[in-house]
Design a protein around this ligand. Structure first.
Ligand code: NZQ
Ligand code: ZN
Length: 385
């Protein structure tokens, strides 16, 4: 097992009817910047519960944070927050609202005028942030229990992650009933994103981190088990609660302990989203099987373990099992209605040259073996077509 530090200060408040606890979690004299997305919280009753729980506090609202939150939109919230001298940010929504709010909370006290520095340099320049609270409405990203934020700059078609020790939420309220209004596309995206987060930490070098491996396999198996009921759209409380907790566990740092992450699927996926507008989960569902095929020889051990312990494949050589693990994972994505090829989005060989050029320009190298640079990205994207 690799050496590791583990720190996670996020207080999780989990269960039905818990939104009212905001009253106890935020100081009575706080001036709150309430951030949300395109309006789903106004139609599903979450907004009403949040406003009810914030009673007595001064509240300034900023709605309209879009999926794949941009610095252009969130920059306006920074101006509003500074003007109104808010001292707390409450994010109500999915990963985009939470990530946008992490950026806003770091940017309000940021001294440099160039706010993109926050995203480019992360912890190197973030020296403080307003406290953040979260009411999660979409199980997917794990942002509610980590210090990561992924931001886009529309003007330059960039999408990048930053993290800082000031970007952990103080608390996150996870009420599974808030997920009842999600449509099939968002449910599918959430299942796949959570699944791929575990893949990026598990299907890498074998670090003999046995407990983390079993934990990861537990999340995989649980997601596979609940997927049919999730996708049926049934308002089944225990299924939604299990889904929400799986997605949080998939990226709260626990399965990463003592292992070496890959994250090349996410790195390539972000560029696909920036150029072609694929939803985050759509992009990674295309890239993951291709990365695994490209890296088959270095990932054989862990993919064979995935085949045996998650997909129940007991026969064949390690190589055959590893290949079968890729096939089964693709089948799982298809079973929830998730496409796995760029051609499903009418993206052609000609289009991907932009993505390769971006990797050449940035010189970014990804993967647990630091071997996925522009040349490898080209080969991987050809497999994705
Ligand atoms: O904007 P509203 O109206 O709220 O609608 C949203 C949005 O259109 C809707 N939605 C959310 N909760 C709902 C709901 N609709 C009905 N009922 C509800 N309860 O769903 C749509 C998508 O929301 P979004 O927040 O964009 O989805 P998700 O949670 O998948 O977040 C995706 C973003 O997170 C980043 C992605 O790159 C992407 O930008 N990620 C963040 C990570 C992190 N911080 O750790 C890690 C991930 O790998 C990921 O990169
Ligand atoms: Zn993801």
């Amino acid at each position: 097992m690799e050496n590791f530090n583990y720190y996670n200060p996020v207080k999780i408040v989990f269960g039905k009817g818990t939104i009212g606890q905001i009253d106890k979690l935020i100081e009575p004299d706080a001036k709150v910047l309430l951030t949300y997305g395109g309006g789903s919280i106004k139609t599903n009753g979450v907004y009403k519960q949040v406003i009810g729980a914030l009673k007595g506090r001064k509240v300034v609202e900023f709605g309209g944070i879009e999926p794949n939150p941009s610095i252009e939109t969130c920059g306006k919230a920074v101006e509003l927050g500074r003007r109104e001298k808010v001292n707390f940010v409450l994010a109500v929504g999915g990963g985009s609202v939470i990530d946008g709010s992490k950026f806003i909370a770091a940017a309000i006290p940021f001294k440099n005028k160039n706010l993109w520095q926050i995203i480019e340099k992360g912890s190197g320049v973030i020296k403080s942030a307003l406290p953040i609270g979260v009411v999660l409405t979409l199980p997917a990203t794990g942002s509610e229990m980590n210090n990561i934020s992924v931001m886009s700059r529309n003007a330059t078609l960039e999408k990048k992650a930053f993290r800082s020790e000031y970007s952990y939420p103080k608390f996150s309220i996870l009420d599974p009933e808030t997920t009842y209004s999600l449509d099939r596309r968002q449910l599918r995206n959430g299942l796949v994103d959570a699944f791929v987060h575990v893949c990026e930490q598990y299907a890498t070098k074998n670090s003999n981190a046995h407990l983390q491996d079993r934990h990861a396999e537990g999340i995989f198996k649980t997601l596979v088990q609940i997927a049919p009921v999730v996708m049926s759209g049934k308002k089944d409380y225990d299924t939604r609660a299990t889904f929400m907790w799986c997605a949080t566990q998939a990226l709260n740092g626990l399965t990463a302990c003592g292992t070496i992450g890959d994250w090349s699927t996410h790195g390539i996926g972000h560029v696909l989203t920036a150029f072609f507008g694929l939803a985050h989960a759509e992009s990674i569902a295309v890239v993951l099987p291709a990365v695994w095929k490209y890296e088959l020889s270095s990932k054989t051990n862990k993919l064979a373990m995935l085949a045996e312990n998650v997909w129940g494949i007991k026969k064949g050589s390690k190589k055959q099992k590893a290949a079968a693990a890729i096939e089964q994972t693709v089948k799982f994505f298809h079973s929830v209605g998730m496409p796995t090829k760029l051609s499903n989005y009418d993206i052609t060989k000609k289009d991907i040259t932009k993505v390769i050029a971006r990797f050449k320009q940035t010189g970014l190298v990804l993967g647990e073996n630091h071997d996925i640079g522009a040349k490898a990205v080209e080969k991987i994207l050809k497999i994705c077509l």
